[in-house]
Structures are given as structure tokens and as C-alpha cells.
Write a protein that binds this ligand. Sequence first.
Ligand SMILES: *Cc1c(COP(=O)(O)O)cnc(C)c1O
Length: 394
Amino acid sequence: MTRYAHYHPETRLVHSGGLRTEFGETSEALFLTQGFVYDNPEEAEARFDGSEPGFIYSRFSNPTVAMFERRMCALEGAEAARATASGMAAVTAALMGVVRAGDHVVAAQALFGSCRWVIEEWLPRFGVATTLVDGPDLAAWQAAVRPETKAFFLESPANPTLEVIDILGVAAIAKACGAKLIVDNVFATPLFQKPLTLGADCVVYSATKHIDGQGRCLGGVILASQEFIDTYVHQVLRQTGPSISPFNAWVLLKGLETLPVRVEKQAQTASFLAKAIAAHPKVKRVNFPGDPQHPQAAIIARQMSGPSTLIAFEIEGERAGAYRFLNALQIVKISNNLGDAKSLVTHPATTTHQRFTLEQRLAMGIPEGMVRLSCGLEHQADLAADILAALDSV
Ligand SMILES: *Cc1c(COP(=O)(O)O)cnc(C)c1O
């Protein structure tokens, strides 16, 4: 893995982490096997007690999955990684690995719907108290800390509002109170933001999004120090089994090879479209981290090396206005997925954030007229024409 460590990310994403077999294959091998055979019982014993390296069972170790994990480590600059069946399996395992009954978790309130469910509904069932705070307000994080606070959780930029949180600032508060900071970095992508270098203890991804990038399969990954993975994550995954299929790991591994090309192009398209959308009279407000007028531009400049491939914007006419826009689109498809080669648009208030009350949604920054656009790989002129014509019809 270290062989490619001094190269640029593009080079590492093509070569790092490979485990080439005796056949010398160019493309990484797909190991569709549940188990592994041992030459003798002594070897089996040695694998189980850890005195001999090697694979045991694909619930927790598989060569194709290992290649994906190793390549993700090379990209993120992390010591260790564990792949999971989905992004939510990664979020849940990382959080539940750190806490136990009696502990307390602080999280930003603007979160992907399922992340918020895990924090608000699921953790309390096991005796873990949780507090949701206004993420950009550092004083609110500080005020929420209790003696039993063990974990902080945030998304930045958040899904779907693209609200940005000062990761360095939150990490300092976490460190001071001994809590572990877990960052869901999906919206920034591993290319544009490195939470571990900003003081986070653990980074999680839904690999379903940009890492696959072509809408084919689910996957997730947890990245952290070797100590964090050994202490909080490894046993939880090994014994409870939210394992990724080797086939999915192979798709994601190959997805990493083209990640920089896709994400750079999508971010460029997003920058172009964000300007065109903001200038349209039917648009009330645009939130795009690449906007130089962004209210959090200073924090963005400090912690992100690129914008986002997503744009959140509010259309005139509340829900009816947003629906007229969605119904008029020709190229852009209505879907709650993101990071795909196809441009996708979603209306969060009636889909991913439907279960919240209007008041809760407004507090999260999700008004009825808001849509979230994930920019794909289509020609930007075709996308601009489609989106502006649909806005004209609102
Ligand atoms: C999609 C998403 C998830 C969940 O990932 P799945 O792979 O769908 O389970 C978690 N966090 C964020 C920010 C997401 O966008």
C-alpha cells in the first residue's frame, strides 16, 4: 500500500491497495467466496488466534473487500478501514461501536433522514441519550456537552441543505471533552475534504454515492486510526455482520479508479449551473459551497479543496412551484440518489425528510420549495437548458 504513498490521488486510486494473484491479472480479481480452506488444523488455529495472517470468512475478511478498504485508506490517508453493506451500516456501526448505555451523543440537527433516525430514535432505545444542535453554532456544541458525552456526529456539507460546519472547531470541543468525532463526508467526497486532518477521529461514507458513481450498488466504509478500528469497530462488524458483498466491493474498487475524473467534472458542472440557477427570477435562494458569496466561505476555504457536486436551491411557489419544476425537467431525473453519472433531483420535504413536521424541516433549513440537485456527467449546456426551461415554467 505504501508503495504508491508519495503519488498524487489519481495515481493512487488506480494502483493502491491491489492484491495481484499468481496469474498477474491487470484488473483486480473478484473473489466470490464465503470461506477459505486451510492445509491443516494448525493453520486454521493460527488464523483464528491471529498469529498467522490470512483470510478466514467473508463476513469480516475477503481479498476483494480488502483491496477496496486498502484503496480507500490510500485515498483518505487513514491507517485502517472497514467496508460495510451500505452507508447506513457504516454510520450505525461507527456510532454504536463507540457508545454504550448511559453515554450521550451530540449531533448536528441537519442530517440525512436515516442518520437522524439512528441518533434520535435508535440510540435512545439502548439507553444512549442524544442532543441535536445547530451544527454551525460552535457554542451550541460546547453547551450540549455532559460528563457522559462520548461521541459527536456531523455531516458537512449536510444532506440536503449543504449547510457547512467548522470541523476544526467541533473537533477541538470533542477533544477537550474526550468525545470521538465521527464525520459523514459523503457530500464533500473524499477528494474535497479530509476530516481526519481536521481533527475528526473517524470518517464514514456511503460508497453508494460518488464512489460507485453509476448507480449500481450499495456500500459503505468506515475509516480511522488502527486503534479506533480495533477498539470500536472491528468486533462490532465481525460479530454482527453488516458485511459488504465482494461483488459490490469490486464495483466500488473499480469506481475509485475513475472517481477524480468524475467528481472534478461534476463539480465543474455544479459551479456552472449554480450561477445560472441563482440568476433565475423564479429562484429565491441557492446554497452551493463553491459560491464565493457563501456566508461560510471562510470555513469552506479552510476545510475544503473543492466545492460539491450538489446544489440546494429554493424555488418560488413553495411545494407547488418545486413540483412544477420537477415535472418540467427532461434530462434531469427525479431520484433521491446522488453522485451518479445521471443528474438527479429530489424534493427532500416529501421524500428523504417526509417524516419530519414542517417546523422541524424549517429548523433544518428545508422549506417546501427546496430541491437538491446532484450534477451528473451530461454536457453542462444541455443541463443548463433543461433546468432553466423548467424554471421558466414554474
Ligand atoms: C446516502 C447517505 C447515507 C446513507 O447511505 P446508504 O448507502 O444509502 O445507506 C448516509 N449519509 C449521507 C450523507 C448520505 O447522503
